[in-house]
Ligand binder design. Structure first.
Ligand code: ADP
Ligand code: MG
Length: 249
């Protein structure tokens, strides 16, 4: 499983293959008299097939960066390319289509629709895209086959997060963006959630970006970015990513 040579070849291969390219991207918020530079000039490639973990303290710009990647927010300046398409030139319909078809989003607090069951939450996402995976298969993959007809209020936090991963995965997105996916979960449950993200990366080839303030989670990534004060302070490659079961925090 952890054949170092294979890992190395895989990374070498990845660097030739940027799924997403951010070129001198900034994001500024204006709050009355105050200007917040949430993201300072940032240039970054996200490689096809990698697991990229973005670390940094609260307020360092992690969510801002992730939302720009997902087409949920637009940069103030700079360019964002997905598979060579310039998102800055996309109209509203094209941006909606990008978010629907290419991106799966996993949030800290799940964002499930409360009056839909687990199955219905996942079906709703599947119905939005061409060629979704089979809903029942994806729910089984996240080990929720026997919870399909439960409502979010009838499920634990870990189960709800598994539904939300199924909802993202059913679209078979090229890019899975996760904002503090373990932030509301206990330690063991968090590890199971991270293991599911690794499984999707491995089995479906989705590129996975995970934002967290939890430094040890970086050990499971192919590459780790550390953000500080709205800028990338460090990018590090992991020669041998650990399986989430072996991470301790
Ligand atoms: P992180 O996810 O690392 O905690 P964020 O990307 O959410 O950080 O925020 C970066 C900075 O931008 C913070 O100072 C935050 O207060 C500010 N910010 C984020 N979103 C907004 C917004 N909608 N309006 C004004 N300021 C914002
Ligand atoms: Mg955040």
């Amino acid at each position: 499983m952890t054949n170092p040579r294979k890992n190395h070849e895989r990374r070498a291969d990845m660097t030739n293959n940027a799924l997403m390219r951010l070129n001198r991207v900034t994001r500024t918020y204006h709050m009355g008299e105050v200007t917040v530079n949430a993201l300072k000039e940032t240039t970054l490639d996200v490689y096809q097939g990698e697991i990229l973990v973005i670390l940094g303290p609260s307020g360092s710009g992690k969510s801002t960066l992730l939302n720009i990647m997902g087409g949920m927010d637009l940069p103030t300046t700079g360019e964002v390319f997905f598979d060579k398409h310039n998102l800055g030139l996309a109209n509203d319909n094209q941006l909606t289509s990008y978010r629907r078809n290419e991106i799966g989003f996993v949030f800290q607090f799940y964002n499930l629709i409360p009056d839909l069951t687990a199955r219905e939450n996942v079906e709703l996402a599947a119905d939005l895209v061409d060629g979704p995976l089979a809903v029942a298969d994806v729910l089984r993959d996240v080990d929720l086959a026997d919870r399909m007809d439960h409502f979010p209020s009838q499920m634990s936090g870990g189960e709800q997060q598994r539904v939300s991963i199924a909802r993202a995965a059913v679209k078979n997105p090229r890019l899975l963006l996760c904002d503090e996916p373990t932030g509301a979960l206990d330690y063991q449950t968090g590890k199971l959630i991270l293991a599911l993200l690794v499984q999707i990366n491995r089995d479906r080839g989705s590129t996975v970006v995970i934002v967290t303030h939890n430094t040890p989670i970086g050990d499971m990534a192919h590459r780790v970015i550390r953000m500080r004060d709205g800028a990338i302070a460090e990018i590090r490659e992991n020669a041998s990513p650990l399986s989430p079961e072996r991470i301790e925090w």
